[in-house]
Ligand binder design. Structure first.
Ligand SMILES: CC(=O)SCCNC(=O)CCNC(=O)[C@H](O)C(C)(C)COP(=O)(O)OP(=O)(O)OC[C@H]1O[C@@H](n2cnc3c(N)ncnc32)[C@H](O)[C@@H]1OP(=O)(O)O
Length: 207
């Protein structure tokens, strides 16, 4: 792994959790970017400015980046900005996560405490696998997806780009979820879900 110093992009709620994982994983996390300097700085990081400002002056430094942004759309935009600057987007993976050795994993992902990812799952770029979620065998998770805490994706589930799976949702095996879908907290999804839908309840219904 590169020994470059690491910048956390986004340092509030979700960013704090990512920072803790980075520290626990012995990543060389030193800096953060935000619109403004934070008054709360639990991990003693140094403020670099706002990466999305044209005046941001750190792109020439040999820093690598991790993403601390919870919102799917903003996270995608910032990830693409960082990649356009030819910088490296690292995965932040908590040491407590239990990840099969035979998965594929892109870049810029966050894998939180106590996540399980089983054999032959495929995870794209800049996803969040949040606290304690389970991604079963052969699941396919596209770019920019957020799997919220405690959600369970059973075997061979597919989740389209930028979709959000709410806390403690259960997605039945072999289900395909389209792009830009929102699945509510605690929802049980039994059937395929088309692009752009919002689904809640047990059994899941569109709202
Ligand atoms: C670390 C972290 O914190 S990560 C964040 C994790 N967060 C979550 O998992 C929360 C996910 N969000 C939800 O579940 C939300 O309720 C959403 C996005 C599904 C819906 O939000 P909104 O679009 O604002 O819907 P709204 O609150 O207006 O509810 C619309 C209807 O759906 C129902 N509904 C909303 N959410 C749910 C749900 N999760 N389960 C069952 N029914 C629901 C409401 O009761 C309401 O029903 P009604 O029309 O019969 O009164």
């Amino acid at each position: 792994m590169s020994s470059n110093k690491i910048v956390l992009v986004g340092y509030s709620g979700h960013g704090f959790v990512v920072a803790e994982t980075a520290k626990a994983g012995l990543m060389n996390l030193q800096f953060y970017t935000e619109k403004e300097q934070m008054t709360t700085n639990p991990f003693g990081l140094t403020y670099l400015g706002f990466e999305s400002d044209a005046s941001f002056s750190e792109w020439d430094q040999s820093y690598d980046y991790i993403l601390g942004i919870g919102d799917n759309a903003i996270r995608k935009k910032v990830a693409q900005l960082i990649l356009s600057k030819n910088k490296t987007l690292l995965n932040a993976i908590d040491p407590s996560a239990n990840i099969s050795e035979v998965i594929s994993l892109g870049q810029g992902n966050f894998i939180a405490k106590n996540v399980v990812v089983n054999a032959l799952a495929a995870i794209g770029d800049y996803c969040i696998l949040n606290t304690g979620c389970i991604v079963e065998h052969e699941c396919r998770i596209s770019n920019g997806v957020h799997i919220a805490p405690g959600a369970v994706l059973l075997g061979n589930v597919s989740v389209g780009a930028q979709s959000f799976i709410g806390a403690n949702a259960v997605i039945k095996e072999n289900v395909t979820i389209g792009q830009n879908v929102i699945i509510g907290a605690g929802t049980v999804v039994l059937n395929d879900v088309s692009e752009g839908s919002k689904i809640v309840g047990n059994p899941g219904r569109a709202i």
